[in-house]
Design a protein around this ligand. Sequence first.
Ligand code: NOJ
Length: 537
Amino acid sequence: MDNNRWWRGAVIYQIYPRSFLDTDGDGVGDLPGILDRLDYVASLGVDAIWISPFFKSPMADFGYDIADYRAVDPLFGTLEDFDRVLAKAHGLGLRVMIDQVLSHTSIEHDWFTESRASRDNPKHDWYVWADAQPDGTPPNNWLSIFGGVAWRWEPRRGQYFLHNFLASQPDLNFHNPAVQAATLDNVKFWLDRGVDGLRLDAINSCFHDTKLRDNPPKPVELRFGRGFSADNPYAFQYHWYNNTQPENLRFLEDLRALLDRYPGATSLGEISSEDSLATMAEYVGEQRLHMGYSFELLTDDRSAAYIRTTVETLEAKMPHGWPCWAISNHDVVRAVSRWGNGTDDAVLAKQLVALVSSLRGSVCLYQGEELGLTEAEIGFDDLQDPYGIAFWPNFKGRDGCRTPMPWTDGPNGGFSDEKPWLPVSDAHRAISVKAQDADADSVLNGARAFLKWRKQQPALLHGSIAFLDAPEPILCFVRRDAAQSMLVAFNLSDAQVEWTLPEHGAASPIEAPGTTAGAIRDGRLVLPARGVVFATF
Ligand code: NOJ
C-alpha cells in the first residue's frame, strides 16, 4: 500500500484535549497530558490521532471558536508542547490530524474586531454583514443551530452579522477571495509544522447564499435531526441557503491543491446538510476532500435496516470516494447509551468497535469508546455546554459525552488533581483504563485485540462492501478485495438469532478476537446476543 494513502482504512482516534489528561492542575486537559498518554494511544493499535481544537480561544464553544489560528491556547500549553506531541506521535508510528474550524471564528479574532468597527475598514466584508429589514428585524429567517436567530446586531456598524452557531462564532464571508487566501495560509502554517491531516469542522458551512434567501419551512414529519433534536427550531426549516452553496466546491479544490503539496497529508470533512450523503459524494474525491463523515450513524436509529440503507445509499452515490464512519464523538450521546438498553454494556461496546471498523472506509474512534464509556448524567448546575443550557431540559447538550477520561478509580478518575471542568462519575471510575488494562476480557483489551487483528485483514481495510438480505436484527455483508473475501455478520439484539445463509458453500468462521463469537452450522448462522461472525466466503 502506498504510504501516502495511509488514511484509507485507517482508525483515527479522536482526542478531546479538555478531557484527556490534566497535567497542570487547572481541571482542564492539556497538550502535555496528551504527550504523557501517547503510548496508551499507540497501544490501541490505531493509525492516527485527531486532536479537537487547542488554539487560542475564549472557549465559548470549547475551542471551536478560534481567536488565533496559529497560537496554542495557554490553557492547553504552548506551540513547543504541540511540536513535542507531533514528534512523539510520529516516533510511535501515529499520524497527527488537527481540527481546522474554517467557516467561523471567535468574536475575539482580530479579523472580527476590525470588521465590526465600521462599514469601510479593510476587513469590512470579511464576515457576513447585512442591513436590518425596514421593521428592524434580521435580514432573513435563518436560525442558529444552538438556538435563536442566526443574526446578531452590531451597533458599531448598524448592521447584523451572521452566526450559524453561537453569536460569539461569527461566520466568515468565504465569497471574499481574501478570506479564502488568509484561511489557506493558516492551514499552511500547520502543514509546514508537519501535521498529517485536517479534520475540517462544518466544512459545508463556509459559504452562504449571497441573495440571503429565506429557508423554506419543513413539514413536521421530516424534522428529524442530524446532531440536533427535532424540537430545535433549527429542524423546522430546509437549510438550503445558509450552507452547502455551490461555491464551496471550488474552495475545496484550492484546499486540496494545497494539501497535495504535502505528501501523505489528508483531509476529513465534517458534513451535515439537507442530504449529507449526497454532499459527501460531491465533496470527496481526487480533487476535493480525501474523506468525509456525516451524522448519519451518530443518530438514534440503530436498526440493521437503517445502517444498511445508510451505507448502501452512500455507496451508490460515492462508489469510489472514501468514507469515514463514526458512531461516537464529542457532539452526540455516547454510542453505548444511545444504542444500548443499559444491560451488558461491555458486550455491546465490544460489538460496536467491531461494527464501526468493519464498514468500508476509515474509522473515527472517540476517546473512551475503547473503554465502553456510557453517557454521563450531568445536573443542570454542572452544565457547561451553552447548547445544552439553551435547550434544557428536553436536550441536555454535549457535556455527557465530554466528561474526562477515567484513567484510574482514584479521585477524579486520575484525570486531574483538582476539580475537573466536568465531573467524573463513579460508573466511569469503575471501568477505568487501569482496571481494564488488568482484565484480559475487558472492552479495552478486546478493542486492542480486534484492531490488531483487523490490520491483517485486507478485505476489511480496503475491500468493497455488499449486503446480504438478512432479516432484522442481523446486519450481514461481504467485504471483498483481490486477496480476501469475508462474510461479516452482527446480531444487533440481546437475544440469540439464527439465519440460513443464502449462499454458504465455503463459509467458514475466522476467529476475530475481542468479540462475542457466533458460529456457522450447516450453512446456518448462529449468533448469540450481540454476537459477531467473520467468515471466509
Ligand atoms: C461541529 C463541532 O464538532 C462542534 O463541536 C462545534 O460546536 C460546531 N461544529 C461549531 O464549530
